[in-house]
Design a protein around this ligand. Structure first.
Ligand code: PA5
Length: 430
């Protein structure tokens, strides 16, 4: 069972917090938004109960893993990269690629256009044992397709003109797009990104499942946690904490001017989960002059970087702490320097204890300073909990879209720069 909870007490009890009256006034709108969501469930809510994608990914991952692979290059950007990276960073060893006993090939994410990064990946990947997963729902994102052409060229020069085909997976729309056409033409392995699932909502589709399975993560547990959240949302509707959170954050922005939402994860492993969420919230809600600005931070690191601003800067933020009760590893702090009161007190405690005490202390300091804050608590960092969390935040974002009155599932604002790029790079028709 997933153990993920949401605590909004300090959005209500903090000085100037959300009032009972505001909450009761927004309830009918929240109920309507939840009703609409459940009446016509978006594609992402169906993913956890769709067995066929997990089976296809497990099959493909099995083929890859049994081929003595050395490297797996995942090429994608935005929603086609952030979810898989979040999963990898949360659940695999931080130095996974260097670990001799890791459960799969080294994994590399080519998530940006920067040639320095892709060239560095090609410096270390061994062409004879490299697999490539090119991930683009539209099938024509310039950054992704350029990266694919480069990697394909590298593989072709080692394995022969068509040798790369046996080691290439095209994760894309099942019916249309240029990547699908290439896959058909060259008989590449394909995995589908369902038509009704947009990029930033696709982490539980083959976009996130294949790389997770290749590195040996338990995708069944991931989907189990996600399905649990879907079931709870169906049962509880507007009373589900993730749904309630949509109203809380919406009110904080629109009624209190707290238009920055900082997700501060008290675990390095969750840093890229915050990055995933930043895209989800920003690209889904930032429309028609509306939306609050998401930002990622890490505790305790950013206590020594940004906390001053959160404590005493403009009253324009909600700090959302993500707390992990039991960390995957812990280290005892050995007693030493007991005669030095500024150091000696640390001995006998543990690093995880210090991390969690600092997390509690930050929450308390923020609250006492009248700074609104919320907490998402995970009992541990596990596949199940992450599956639950992904769905909960996706539901929350979709519901917030209804409250703001924007379409959470499109991104018209990113099209203009794409058109300029196509025109400058000479794509026909632009
Ligand atoms: O969430 C989204 O829809 C976007 O961030 C896309 O994922 C991103 O633009 C990449 O698109 P594609 O998967 O078509 O290459």
């Amino acid at each position: 069972m997933a153990e993920v909870s949401f605590d909004y007490t300090n959005l209500i009890e903090v000085e100037g917090g959300i009032t009972e009256k505001e909450l009761s006034e927004i309830t009918p709108r929240l109920q309507a938004a939840a009703g609409k969501l459940l009446e016509d469930e978006p594609g992402f809510m169906k993913l956890p109960e769709t067995r066929e994608y997990a089976d296809a990914c497990l099959r493909t991952a099995g083929e890859i893993r049994s081929s003595s692979p050395t490297d797996f290059i995942h090429i994608g950007i935005g929603g086609s990269a952030l979810g898989p990276i979040a999963l990898h960073r949360a659940l695999n060893h931080p130095y996974y690629n260097q670990m001799p006993e890791r459960r799969g090939p080294r994994i590399h994410f080519a998530e940006n256009t920067d040639p320095a990064t892709l060239a560095a990946i090609l410096d270390v990947a061994e062409p004879e044992g490299t697999w490539v997963n090119v991930v683009t729902k539209s099938g024509s994102t310039a950054e992704t397709m350029a990266g694919f052409l480069v990697v394909r060229g590298m593989l072709a020069s080692t394995l022969g003109d068509f040798g790369y085909q046996h080691r290439t997976i095209a994760t894309t729309d099942p019916e249309e797009g240029f990547l699908k056409r290439i896959a058909d033409r060259e008989d590449l392995r394909t995995l589908p990104i369902p038509k009704d699932v947009g990029g930033r909502f696709s982490v539980l589709s083959p976009v996130g499942l294949l790389p997770a399975a290749v590195t040996g993560l338990d995708i069944d547990a991931l989907l189990r946690g996600a399905a649990e959240c879907v079931r709870e949302v169906r049962e509880r509707g507007a009373e589900h904490p993730a749904v309630v959170g949509a109203a809380m954050h919406y009110l904080m922005d629109t009624a209190r001017g707290r238009n920055i939402r900082v997700m501060m994860t008290y675990a390095d492993a969750l840093e890229r989960v915050a990055a995933w969420f930043v895209q989800l919230w920003a690209e889904s809600l930032g429309k028609d002059g509306k939306g609050s600005t998401p930002h990622g931070a890490v505790g305790t690191t950013d206590q020594h970087s940004q906390l001053q601003l959160y404590m005493q800067g403009p009253q324009d933020k909600v700090i959302e702490i993500v707390q992990v009760e039991e960390h995957p590893r812990d280290l005892e702090i050995p007693p030493a320097y007991e005669d030095l009161e500024g150091v000696g007190y640390l001995g006998g405690h543990t690093m995880a204890e210090l991390l969690n005490v600092e997390c509690d202390a930050t929450r308390r300091a923020l609250t006492e300073a009248g700074r609104p804050n919320a907490t998402i608590r995970l009992d541990r960092i596990s596949e199940e909990n992450l599956g639950y969390l992904f769905v909960a935040l996706e539901v929350q974002t979709a519901i917030a879209g209804s409250l703001y009155g924007v379409n959470a599932f499109d991104q018209p604002g990113v099209e203009a720069s794409k058109r300029f790029t196509y025109s400058r790079m000479g794509r026909p028709g632009y």
